[in-house]
Design a protein around this ligand. Structure first.
Ligand SMILES: C[S@@+](CC[C@H](N)C(=O)[O-])C[C@H]1O[C@@H](n2cnc3c(N)ncnc32)[C@H](O)[C@@H]1O
Length: 312
């Protein structure tokens, strides 16, 4: 039996998707298909899932796993920023729910050749979609210092970004940086982890580079915007984020769409024409239980938010 990515907050995801009629739910981050399998197991034969992932190997693994549900599951290889087209290509024009479980999967992290791992040596790659041309190594070569500093500072929330970039440039003057262990070692030379911490000093920089390589944050608002036009009335978006930058984008989007009108409160009549499209169902994000965190430590930073489509 293969070991699969451990799906986060499965019961909460199913509960909040609130699937009660026939239709299509989009799992926009299919990964190993764990959430999709749970949805299909716990819904009737008229519920179907469209599983999307930009990682072809994830789709292949999920396809194997979901064999028992063939006929109720469709697959699409592509990025969330193309949700509308991917749905249309599968003949889906309206959807009854959208699940987004952002970030990387365990197989991506644990396969050294994919280049996401700090602890296992591999090529400095980090592409979720291996057909994409830009890798982490090529990005390091291509970016200007200011751009790299900004990525490490903003996407990694790393205060030693300048120091790290200086170290990267010193090393590149000697030899190219093309492996994860070499990259991690350069950072360890100039940044220390807090005392007694087991977190590797390069963790934030790896996260930053991964986000940049895959344009992870840029896609979130696009997919949420597209979803608004696809969701049936009362259908829900369930979004699980793993770091504050993702969570902030989801939270801000939900609030904006719940508010609708953006006119100044002193203006008596709305002139912006924006209407409410979402109702927020989780004022505060849900987090994993202590039991789940004990079983799956990666769930510790997960935050789940839900909003429901309303037509006013
Ligand atoms: C955390 S895993 C999902 C795990 C899945 N929910 C499960 O239960 O097995 C995230 C997956 O989403 C994919 N992904 C991340 N960002 C994406 C994007 N912008 N477009 C398409 N797929 C994306 C990744 O390749 C990865 O396979």
């Amino acid at each position: 039996m293969p070991t699969y990515h451990e799906s986060i907050m499965k019961n909460e995801v199913l509960h909040y998707l609130n699937i009660h009629m026939e239709g299509v739910v989009v799992d926009g981050t299919l990964g190993d298909g764990g959430h999709t399998e749970f949805i299909l197991k716990n819904t009737g034969p008229k519920t179907r899932v469209l599983g999307i992932d930009r990682d072809l190997s994830a789709i292949e693994r999920a396809r194997d796993r979901l064999q028992p549900f063939r006929g109720r599951v469709m697959f699409a290889h592509g990025s969330l920023e193309n949700l509308r087209d991917l749905a249309a290509q599968s003949g889906v024009t309206r959807i009854n729910g959208l699940l987004l479980d952002f970030g990387v999967s365990s197989p991506q992290l644990d396969t050294p050749e994919r280049g996401f791992s700090i602890r296992h040596d591999g090529p400095l790659d980090m592409r979720m979609d291996s057909s994409q041309t830009t890798t982490a190594a090529s990005l390091l070569e291509k970016l200007k210092d200011v751009e790299l500093i900004s990525i490490i500072k903003n996407f990694g929330e790393e205060r030693f970004a300048k120091r790290i970039v200086r170290a990267i440039r010193r090393e590149q003057a000697e030899k190219p940086i093309v492996t994860t262990s070499h990259f991690a070692e350069i950072i360890s030379r100039v940044v220390r982890s807090p005392k007694h911490s087991r977190i590797h000093p390069a963790t934030k920089t790896f996260q930053a580079l991964r986000i940049a390589v895959n344009n992870e944050l840029g896609q979130i608002e696009t997919v949420l915007n597209d979803a608004i036009n696809l969701l049936e009335s009362s259908a829900r978006i369930v979004a699980i984020s793993f770091h504050s930058l993702e969570d902030r984008i989801v939270k801000t989007f939900f609030r904006k769409e719940e508010r609708g009108c953006t006119c100044h409160p002193k203006i008596p009549i709305c002139i912006c024409g924006n209407k409410q499209t979402l109702k927020i169902l989780t004022r505060r994000p849900l987090c994993s239980s202590e039991e789940e965190i004990a079983l799956n430590p990666r769930s510790v930073s997960a935050k789940l938010r839900v909003a429901e489509r309303v037509y006013v």
